[in-house]
Design a protein around this ligand. Structure first.
Ligand SMILES: NC(=[NH2+])NCCC[C@H](N)C(=O)O
Length: 399
């Protein structure tokens, strides 16, 4: 589990147990044990549920997009996005909008479990977990990790969506059928066509995704529901803006035929041919509909992820139940100048938020937040019984 070391700096004092309350600055909470924690699993579960929520909200947009993309340009059925939406609703009710939801539900759920699971764990274990740099690297690593599941999944999706254009001569019943066929005819490597492009897209994609979400969430003191939805939506849009040109190339490569019939000879070749034929627009086709879908989808996704994490970590969280009597240890860190300490001294809110959200499972609750911090500053071990945690959280407005 995660006993938490509460590290503070004090002037010229190497004795970890000396109490020098007035000279404390730079406070960090750190896991002192790498043992498996339920918190590691919570990230994956939160991602799974968030991904499912995102698909539930985003799928109708995808349906509309596919209908519009496949409409006959000479004799169009739809006058635009909204008209298409209404027509499907009238003709087919909600079922029409939600047709075909099962494979993205499973696929994106799984990809999001990997994304949020890897991201959360890497971010927490990094040296300075709260810096935007840590969020950037954790997002990048998550981008690489999910690529191995995401690439074959999107390959199957692309082939299915374009099944009238890519002439394989057979009708696929679903993504698994399609992937099985690809493995049978092209080998296991065939199933990973576009893997490099997917990873190249998703390193900047998920780095910007998490950095922008974190950045926006830091702009207000206590983000409410509407604000969290807005931040998630914007994070989704900025993520696509950061990687869209790479996504276009990836799609073309995955849609390309194999062997002698292939049009492109790798990523660079594909990008150059596209640019030569169409100019810069090649890299931005379909961006609008991607952005329109990204906002609601990622608003829902981040909202559900944040909610699940808050629920498990703050409200008598799993770790605090399992580790209710573990102490919070305070030790001294290296020397810092007094000015340094004053500049970096955290606010009450920051300290308490860290204690609650970063999994410090036991601390003493002394009536007001001010006292709590004071006791952190002055004693070496503090215990907070788990019932007090909720009270502490609500006193500090942390829900
Ligand atoms: N390029 C990316 N993969 N960006 C991250 C956003 C992922 C999100 N599931 C979406 O489809 O909107």
């Amino acid at each position: 589990m995660y006993p938490i070391t509460f590290i503070y700096s004090a002037n010229n004092d190497k004795d970890p147990y000396r109490k020098r309350g007035s000279e404390i600055g730079d406070i960090q909470l750190k896991a002192t044990s790498e043992t498996f924690s339920p918190k590691m699993v919570v990230d994956f579960v939160a991602g799974l549920l968030g991904g499912a929520a995102g698909v539930l909200v985003g799928h109708p947009f995808d349906t509309v997009k596919v209908h519009l993309q496949t409409d006959d340009p000479r004799n169009p059925k739809y006058k635009g996005t909204f008209h298409c939406f209404r027509t499907i609703l009238q003709r087919d009710s909600f079922r029409g909008l939600y047709r075909g939801i099962s494979s993205p539900m499973g696929g994106i759920g799984l990809v999001n479990a990997i994304v949020f699971g890897v991201y959360g764990n890497v971010q927490r274990l990094s040296d300075d977990p709260n810096s935007l740099t840590s969020h950037f690297f954790a997002g990048s690593i998550a981008g690489v990790a999910q690529g191995f599941v995401c690439a074959p999944m999107e390959l199957a999706k692309t082939r299915l969506q374009l099944s009238t254009q890519v002439d394989s001569g057979i009708k696929f019943t679903g993504p698994i059928h399609c992937l099985k066929y690809i493995v049978k005819t092209e080998g296991i490597r065939g199933a990973f066509k576009g893997l490099t492009a997917t990873i190249l897209r998703d390193i900047p994609g998920f780095a910007s995704y998490f950095v922008s979400f974190e950045y926006l969430m830091r702009q207000v003191e206590t983000p409410g529901v509407a604000y969290t939805l807005m931040a998630g939506g914007c994070a989704g849009m900025s993520s696509w803006l950061a990687c869209y040109p790479v996504d276009v190339v990836k799609t073309h490569m995955q849609a390309d035929a194999l062997g002698a019939n292939a049009k492109y000879n790798g990523f660079i070749d594909c990008a150059m041919k596209g640019f030569r034929n169409e100019g810069p627009q090649f890299f931005f086709r379909g961006l609008n509909s991607t952005l329109i879908r990204a906002f609601p989808m990622n608003a829902a996704c981040f909202f559900v992820v944040s909610w699940v994490l808050d629920f498990c970590n703050a409200k008598g969280g799993m770790d605090s139940v399992l580790n209710a009597d573990q102490p919070l240890t305070i030790v001294n860190l290296d020397n810092k100048s007094q000015a340094d300490l004053e500049a970096t001294a955290p606010t009450v809110e920051e300290v308490v938020r860290k204690i609650i959200t970063e999994n410090a499972m036991s601390h003493q609750y002394v009536s007001t937040p001010k006292d709590v911090v004071h006791s952190h500053y002055t004693s070496s071990t503090i215990n907070i019984p788990k019932e007090s945690k909720a009270r502490l959280a609500s006193d500090c407005n942390l829900k």
